[in-house]
Design a protein around this ligand. Sequence first.
Ligand code: SF4
Length: 417
Amino acid sequence: MWRLPTLDGSTTIGSMNQPSSAATTLLHVPLPADAPPGVYVHVPFCRHICPYCDFNTYSGQEALVPRYVAALLEEMRLLVRAEPERAGRGAPTLFFGGGTPSLLPAADVARLIEGSRAHFGLRTDAEVTLEANPESVDAAYLEGIRAAGVNRLSLGVQSQRRAGLRVLGRGHKSLEAGQAFMAAREAGFENISLDFIYGWPGQTADDWEADLATLLEWQPEHVSLYALIVEPGTPLHAAVQRGILTPVEDDRVADFHERALEVLAAAGWEHYEIANWAREPRYRSRHNQLYWQNSDYFGLGAGAHFHHGNLRGGNLLLPAAYCTAVERGELPRMATETLSADTALGESLMLGLRLLVDGVGADDIRARHGVDLAATYAAEIARFTALSLLEWHAGSRLRLTPRGALLANEVCAAFLR
Ligand code: SF4
């Protein structure tokens, strides 16, 4: 799961992250203005709520799933009617995020993929990702969604240490995660991403070593490593406030991150985004790269966000309210916002600099925003290049240095005026 970053660093922008020296392959980055939109489908249901979670998700509402799936299909129709040109560009990616998308029956996943083909021209070579929790999948389910067209599985492992799973309040056991991974391989998934969390209360260096060893042993194609954030309003935050749990100190979290950098670099992984590694460049998350390129995407479902040029917004949060709005024939929007040209430009920099290999292209910025990157940000670029925090790469791409990635929050924020 991936959240839109905020400047306060409350999501996955880690102040201690840095790219590995293995990060050398520059992939073609499409011009954001020309890029067809991806499609994000939010599934806001979980069997139980993990104590650290602040996503838009609800437990005990699975009875709503049939109505919710019908609403998603109807929202597709409403979006095509409202924005036929945009919907007709042919979607390169479809991402089922949550929540727990693997709570959707495989037949419903198939209907939604079919709907995306019919309404958004989902391409035959599209990346189709589904997030799954280990306890919610078995061999038959994985075969079902693979046959439906899901070609990338994102598995929420989080930790293989019993203490980690317990303190994170996960609903699965470590054995189930291993079984889910193997079952996914047997079902034909050749592109699997694993999520791990580090910095959980009580985590030792040995715990983290063991999780990194598991990661290397399993050999997924992609991995996302997130430092645990104690979000206000969560049960985890309350436990910390009451002194029941003690967060890992920032320095130790930084040590864990640096150890991950070493281990994955030594194994030849590409650190292509602050919290994301690919075993080979072709396994980078195509969908999430649309976010980091500040490109366009549709967001369907309760609480989903969309982005269209300088317009962005989100849907109603509550699943029932979302369904009711769609059933009335209304786009279920909660809010939309038109960004100023300066803000949109700053966001392109803030997001693009997360891409540790590709960075931000001067040509892309000119095509998308009509400005000269070097001239517009001359002062910021001079300051950060003098500090060896930013560098020009391949002639015209601005990116963080390994040292700059350690201070990504500060550097990225300087580009938002
Ligand atoms: S499974 Fe994921 S989305 Fe659901 S409650 Fe846990 S962290 Fe949140």
